[in-house]
Write a protein that binds this ligand. Structure first.
Ligand SMILES: [Mg+2]
Length: 369
C-alpha cells in the first residue's frame, strides 16, 4: 500500500556555539553548523532529520549540504514517503558521496515511516529495549594537564567510559595518557581516537604498544584512511583492539574491511553511511562477521543523536555508544529525544517515530519548497 506523498521540504541551518572548542588531530571546531531537514506529508505529518557535515572527514560543509539538499528536496517532493529504498536510490542517482546531507533526508524518511507504523523508531528498525545504552565522554586533544583536568571532571560527573583524542607524536600522546591515568583509576576504561594521526602503520604500532600498559579499551582509526590495506597488520601487532572509523563509511567499505580482516571493531555514524538505511546494512554485515560495533556521530544535536540511539537498539552487535556531542553545546535546541541520565545512561523515547524535533525559535533562516 503506498504511503503519503511528500508535499513540502524545508531546510534550516542550525548554529549552536560550543562551550569550548572541540579539538581532534584533524583540527578544531568552535561552533556547530548543522542542517535540519523537515519533510511534510500530504496527510500533515512532519519527519525530522539532521546532519552535521565535518569538512575534514566527509568533505561536506553547511554550504554543500544546503546546495545539494535543495536538489534532493526537488527530487523527493511528490514521492511516496514510505518508499525509503526508492528515495535512497534516487539520491545516489543524483550525486555520489555527500553522505551527510543524504543522512538528514534518510532520517526524516524513517521518522515518517515509523510514525505511520505507530512505532518508536527503534521498534520499527526491529530493535527492542533489551540493553542499557551508556555514552562515553570525550576529552579534546591538547596540553596534558588540561586533558587530565577534563578527564577528572568527566569521571566526577559519572561517565563510565572516557574517550581521549590523540594522534600526534608518540612522546606527546604518551604524556597525555600518563597525565590522565594519574587522575583516572585503571578500573575506568579509556578509549582513544587517533583520527588517522599516526601517519603510517609502523609508527602506529609503536605508539599503540607504548600506550597499551595504560588500560586502553580500544583505539579508533590509528592510520590515514587511505592506508586501509595496512590496517590488518596494525590490528595484528597492536595489543589494543582497533576500531575502523573514517575508513568505514557505507556498507561497501564495511565489506572491504571485513574481507581484509582489517580490524575487530567498527564505528558506525549516520553521517558516514548516508543514514539509517545503509547503517543497518553495515551493522548486519559487521554482526555476521563477528565485528564488535559502536555507534557514534559528528557534532549532531540531540535530534541526530536520537536517531543514532534508536539505531543502537536495532542490532545486538552494537555495544558501544559515543553520543556525547550534544553535552558540549551551550544551548539545547531540541524538544523531546534522548535524555542523559546518571552514569552516561541514554533514555530513548517511546513516542512513534524519532520522537524529537527542533524548537521553532532555532529555525529562523529556512528554505522551503
Ligand atoms: Mg573516531
Amino acid at each position: 500500500m503506498p504511503g503519503a506523498r511528500i508535499s513540502s521540504v524545508t531546510l534550516s541551518p542550525l548554529y549552536v556555539p560550543l562551550k569550548e572548542p572541540f579539538v581532534i588531530s584533524l583540527g578544531p571546531i568552535a561552533a556547530v553548523e548543522n542542517l535540519v531537514v523537515q519533510l511534510v506529508t500530504e496527510d500533515g505529518r512532519t519527519g525530522w532529520g539532521e546532519c552535521s557535515p565535518y569538512r575534514t572527514i566527509n568533505g561536506e560543509s553547511i554550504h554543500t549540504c544546503l546546495a545539494v539538499g535543495k536538489e534532493i528536496a526537488q527530487l523527493l517532493k511528490g514521492r511516496d514517503s514510505s518508499d525509503i529504498a526508492d528515495a535512497i536510490a534516487a539520491m545516489d542517482g543524483l550525486i555520489y558521496g555527500n553522505s551527510s546531507i543524504k543522512s538528514a533526508f534518510d532520517m526524516a524518511l524513517f521518522d515518517l515511516a515509523a510514525q505511520a507504523a505507530g512505532q518508536p523508531l527503534f521498534a520499527f528498525l526491529g530493535g527492542k529495549k533489551d540493553k542499557r545504552l551508556q555514552t562515553d565522554m570525550t576529552v579534546s586533544i591538547g596540553e596534558p594537564a588540561k586533558m587530565a583536568a577534563d578527564a577528572e571532571r568527566f569521571l566526577r560527573e559519572g561517565f563510565p567510559f572516557i574517550k581521549v583524542k590523540l594522534g600526534q607524536e608518540l612522546e606527546r600522546d604518551l604524556a597525555r595518557i600518563r597525565a590522565i591515568r594519574e587522575v583516572v583509576p585503571m578500573n575506568i576504561p579509556l578509549r582513544i581516537d587517533a583520527n588517522q594521526g599516526w601517519q603510517n602503520p609502523d609508527n602506529a604500532i609503536r605508539v599503540l604498544n607504548a600506550l597499551a600498559p595504560f588500560g586502553i579499551e580500544h583505539c579508533e582509526e590509528p592510520i590515514p584512511r587511505w592506508q586501509f590495506l595496512d590496517l590488518a597488520r596494525v590490528s595484528a601487532e597492536s595489543p589494543i583492539p582497533i576500531m575502523a572509523d573514517e575508513c568505514c563509511g557505507d556498507e561497501h567499505d564495511a565489506e572491504r574491511l571485513i574481507r581484509l580482516k582489517a580490524c575487530p571493531m567498527f564505528n558506525i555514524k549516520l553521517g558516514k553511511t548516508g543514514g539509517l538505511y545503509k547503517a543497518l546494512k553495515v551493522a548486519t554485515l559487521g554482526a555476521a562477521a563477528g565485528i564488535e560495533l559502536q555507534v557514534g556521530g559528528f557534532m549532531e544535536s540531540r535530534l541526530g543523536m536520537t536517531a543514532a540511539a534508536h539505531l543502537a537498539l536495532a542490532n545486538d552487535a552494537i555495544h558501544h555508544c559515543d553520543f556525547d556531542t550534544p553535552l558540549m553545546f551551550t544551548e539545547d535546541p531540541i524538544d523531546g529525544g534522548i535524555t542523559y541520565a546518571a552514569e552516561g545512561t541514554i533514555e530513548v523515547p517511546d513516542t512513534p517515530g524519532l520522537g524529537a524535533k527542533v524548537k521553532a525559535e532555532w529555525l529562523k533562516e529556512s528554505w522551503s519548497i
